[in-house]
Design a protein around this ligand. Sequence first.
Ligand SMILES: *Cc1c(COP(=O)(O)O)cnc(C)c1O
Length: 470
Amino acid sequence: MSGLDPEDFAPLRALAHRMLDDVFDRAERMGEGPVWQAMPEDARQAFRQDLPQQGQTAEALYGQFLEQIRPYSNGNPHPGFMGWVQGAGTPVGILAELLAASLNDNCGGRDHAAIEVERQVIRWASEMVGMPADSSGCLVTGSSLANFIGIITASRAVDPSMRQHGVSGRRLVGYAAETAHGCVSRAFDLAGLGSDALRLIPVDELYRMDDQALAARIREDRAAGFHPFIIIGTAGSVDCGAVDPLEALADIAQAEKCWFHVDGAFGAFARLSPEHAIMLDGIERADSLALDFHKWGQVPYDAGCVLVRDRAAHAQAFAQSLSYLTRADRGLAGNAPWPCDFGPDLSRGFRALKVWMTLAHYGASRMGEMVAECCDVARYLAERVEGDERYLLMAPVALNIVCFTLVDFGDEAIDELVKDLHESGVAAPSTTRIEGRLVIRAATVNHRTTRATIDAMLEQIALLGEKYAQ
Ligand SMILES: *Cc1c(COP(=O)(O)O)cnc(C)c1O
């Protein structure tokens, strides 16, 4: 025997067919069974073993997958999953993952089809939000990294020599709404700017950044000798789905000669729904943008994306010339620039295939309808909450996130109720704080969530509500 391939492929092929049948049997019945269940101790123990010296058959390992992994998974493909901001995946996305794995492409660079597919996907993403067709970009793990790349690119645009000398002594500061995702402040920290250099600007009654407060804070910072370099708008905030006034922020960025970055992690997809697109006006003026195909784009994890309007500025922040990565005018080392010139990763998988197959299979108009349907389900939940004296709607519903609570329920009761709800297997929303109060937060990012799912969740919450009523 040589290498790791089997001598006889037939048994493995038969197992593979069985796996595929099981995968699609489950996909056809998604929504039966609990959205989530806690992993029992014996299943956890199965993954606390010593490194095996001898191998087991793929068949045995598949048995273990079916018994000890699959039943205790994250649950986001299930219609009842409404927690955090998670996409649900699609059947075509599952297939794309299989096909990509079969090629084992390393998409750091070089001249092969996967790189062209990724460029296609980046152009489609730019088209989707209205950024120029020649914007640069790359696929990354998620918006956490995409926001980091945007912030690094913006800071290196101030002075490229920061790459050699570090931030040393520069008093760079940036701005985001106080409701911005935590990864933005962490990106400032990771970039060496320090999280204090991110000024958190108050929001208005609709949870959008107050642009007057932004302008005032920039003036104050300049007067104190700071160097404002970036304004970060959020298109779809993580706690309640608010969209910052992007046009106003773009105007201020232009006047103040600041980079305009948009965190559109999930919200950018609202651009595909004609009815919602208008809410994102101004997003097309972004100098850089983060979005996640794995959220509202329904592409299997992980598939984040960063776009940068000025590709020279983007490459200037990341490209290196290294003897072992020399670019050629032909041969496998051709076709520069490479994705590794646009971000910190070198070896990277073929994420673009699942993104390309998802967008090409459903088309932008079906994706836009799906986004509108998710917003419709959220609106339905908000209406049911508002029409029921047991509940309180805690924040305006801009897109697909509904924050609500039970009248007279304190933080502890909500916390217990949501844990019970998860364990009931009926639905899995998460929680957040609105005006200091812990509330239930249901995000319909899932294309399988319907009004019936909402009804089932509310029925279960009502049952649990009685349990915790004092
Ligand atoms: C999810 C999210 C992020 C982080 O994205 P990841 O893909 O989880 O890294 C950033 N910003 C917003 C608004 C988000 O919803």
